[in-house]
Design a protein around this ligand. Structure first.
Ligand SMILES: Cc1cc2nc3c(=O)[nH]c(=O)nc-3n(C[C@H](O)[C@H](O)[C@H](O)COP(=O)(O)OP(=O)(O)OC[C@H]3O[C@@H](n4cnc5c(N)ncnc54)[C@H](O)[C@@H]3O)c2cc1C
Ligand SMILES: *[C@@H]1O[C@H](CO)[C@@H](O)[C@H](O)[C@H]1NC(C)=O
Ligand SMILES: *[C@@H]1O[C@H](CO)[C@@H](O)[C@H](O)[C@H]1NC(C)=O
Ligand SMILES: *[C@@H]1O[C@H](CO)[C@@H](O)[C@H](O)[C@H]1NC(C)=O
Length: 543
């Protein structure tokens, strides 16, 4: 069911009745609406930005974003190679694509320079840019390109399969763009409306077969893409997420870090961003407002972490991150709580080294360097029997090793290589030594500087195991209590979560607009009463 279009609703409140009307209904309720957003990632900062801009001043707002982390960006954040601010490296989400309107528009609006995530070949490099390793051999290597998509275009090995896959991706993207129109009250319903349910409800393997993509191409190329992007094989991941993995044509990243987009949106949209502040409790009062209790932490000059508990009252609350990791206590208990979702535990290792990957380890002839980016797949015999193990790296033992770029070591002034490894288990010093063809030290700290000069490890609950599904968590958990996180089980990207935040902002404005309109004629009900009634009706419809 489609709700009233946002623009229609807004023009009722504003355009048709002029600015004068807008200030009229400001008199009805002079106090700004107090909005709390829990989470300063893509979803929360986009919600703040879109609440502020799409309400076009019709509703005075006071927006506070909270995050327990010390930074804005959530799963989009950087660390500094060699601990030098000159070398920020993406630790989480690294790329987005030109069809990602919210992100791309923001880079233009805030003048954030992007670099194409293109060729990163060192000068004079004659080896392959990208190869696919199945744990026994490099089944395919591509010398001239850097994106999976460019690579596959050239592959005679796979016949027309790349074209069939490309058509399916184009179709997916066109349908997905429909989700930017109007608003939606349920992700599953919206997926049905734009025609993405079928892809979402089948595995990648099933969808590829249906689209006429050969098994060989599906296993060697598409699966390499689902593994590097989502740490999952095509027998597990949904067809929709599989297509998303094939879409990074024209991939880009913000120089300095994609989090800069979210920082800029937060500054633009919110009145206040409280970092190092964890929301513990959300209490719904009789009068409909929400009391939030939170703990602020800071590190004293003596290096001691101190905590301070505070609370504040809000009119509406947006939970903008996976519910299961918020650790919130909500009182009174909700009628509906989002289901816990299995998340991938992803081990990311960043390191710098003057060394190239070992030809012996990757069974390459000594005069043939290992490709700069090594993606992985399962050997044919293992395909597709991995379906019961959602994050099964199989024989390779890791999902990807990418040489991101060359980098000058500030200590030695030598040019080195910067690598990123994705794996389902913690990396061992022995594995790192093997892939570099060097002696194994007892610990990561034991590597000599001239072998591994900098290393950073991080374990993420990175994204859900994207099993096929057609229903998703609700957007409204109670009257005035909103949730963006259902999107992660549909498509987990910075853009889709930002879209989820934008959609919630539009829904809230629509609700206020309708309530304000009715208030003018039937003034016996308060705005909050109206809002509550609407929410209750919405719940009845759903059950
Ligand atoms: C390694 C990795 C690689 C990825 N690669 C890509 C990629 O290339 N491209 C792409 O588009 N996407 C990628 N993703 C996915 C992308 O990062 C996420 O889909 C997106 O950033 C999620 O945004 P979000 O705002 O929904 O959630 P999050 O970014 O998780 O934000 C939620 C925030 O809420 C905060 N929070 C939670 N509970 C509380 C509380 N009680 N009190 C205060 N704060 C709280 C958390 O600290 C967190 O900052 C990748 C993810 C990872 C981990
Ligand atoms: C992004 O900008 C384009 C061009 O101005 C516009 O048509 C589109 O609606 C914008 N998208 C979003 C989500 O704001
Ligand atoms: C609602 O109730 C809470 C708790 O009793 C109170 O602190 C708050 O001021 C009341 N009113 C509004 C408009 O929030
Ligand atoms: C949430 O609570 C669980 C169980 O008490 C705990 O293990 C986990 O570390 C907490 N998460 C965060 C992010 O604080």
């Amino acid at each position: 069911m489609r709700v009233l279009s946002l623009l229609g609703a807004l023009s009722l409140a504003l355009g048709a009745h002029s600015r004068h009307h807008a200030s009229d209904h400001r008199h009805i309720n002079d106090n700004p609406k107090r909005i709390a957003i829990i989470g300063a990632g893509a979803a929360g900062t986009s919600a703040a930005y879109h609440l502020r801009t799409l309400s076009t001043g019709a509703f005075p707002l006071s927006i506070t974003i909270f995050d327990r982390a010390s930074y804005i960006g959530g799963r989009s954040t950087t660390v500094n190679a060699f601990s030098s601010p000159e070398h920020p490296i993406e630790l989480g989400a690294s790329i987005f694509v030109p069809v990602n309107q919210i992100l791309v528009n923001a880079t233009a609006r805030y003048n954030l320079p992007t670099d194409s995530h293109g060729d990163r070949k060192p000068d004079g490099w004659t080896g392959a840019a990208l190869g696919i390793w199945d744990g026994e051999s490099i089944v395919f290597a591509q010398s001239t390109s850097s994106t999976v998509w460019d690579a596959i275009k050239l592959l005679w090995r796979y016949g027309l399969a790349p074209l069939a896959a490309q058509r399916a991706v184009k179709d997916m993207v066109e349908r997905f763009m429909g989700m930017y129109d109007g608003t939606w009250k349920d992700i599953g319903e919206e997926a049905g409306r734009v025609g993405l349910s079928a892809m979402a409800g089948l595995t990648g393997e099933q969808v590829l077969k249906e689209k006429g993509v050969s098994d060989l191409f599906a296993r060697e190329v598409v699966q390499a893409a689902t593994r590097v992007n989502y740490a999952q094989n095509i027998g597990v991941i949904s067809g929709l997420e599989t297509m998303v993995c094939l879409a990074p044509d024209g991939a880009m990243a913000v120089e300095g870090g994609n989090w800069r987009i979210f920082e800029a949106m937060a500054k633009d949209g919110a009145d206040e961003v409280l970092l190092n502040t964890e929301i513990k409790k959300v209490i719904r009062h009789e009068n409909g407002s929400y009391g939030l209790t939170f703990t602020k932490s800071k590190v004293t000059r003596q290096g001691v972490k101190v905590f301070k508990d505070e609370s504040a009252i809000f009119d509406e609350v947006i939970i903008a991150g996976p519910y299961q990791y918020t650790n919130l206590t909500i009182q009174p208990p909700l009628d509906y709580t989002p289901d816990p979702v299995p998340y991938v535990s992803l081990h990311v290792t960043l390191f710098t080294s003057p060394l190239l990957l070992s030809t012996a380890y990757f069974k390459q002839p000594a005069n043939t360097p290992v490709p700069l980016v090594v993606l992985t797949t399962l050997p044919e015999a293992d395909y597709p029997r991995d379906s019961n193990k959602p994050t099964n790296a199989g024989r390779p033992g890791f999902f990807s090793i990418s040489m991101l770029r060359t980098i000058v070591n500030p200590k030695t002034q030598q040019t080195e290589y910067l690598y990123k490894i994705f794996a389902p288990d913690p990396l061992t010093p022995g594995f790192l030594a093997q892939i570099l063809g060097i002696a194994t030290p007892g610990s990561f700290e034991g590597f000599p500087e001239n072998e591994v000069s900098w290393l950073h490890r991080k374990t993420w609950d990175s994204y859900p195991v994207e099993w096929p599904r057609v229903t998703f968590e609700r957007l409204s958990l109670g009257p005035g209590l909103w949730y963006t996180g259902g999107m992660d089980s549909f498509i987990s990207t910075m853009e889709t979560n930002a879209l989820s935040g934008m959609n919630i902002a539009k829904l809230m404005i629509e609700k206020w607009t309708k309530a304000a309109g009715r208030l003018a004629s039937e003034s016996t009900l308060s705005e909050q009463d109206m809002a509550d009634i609407e929410q209750k009706m919405e719940f009845k419809l759903k059950r």
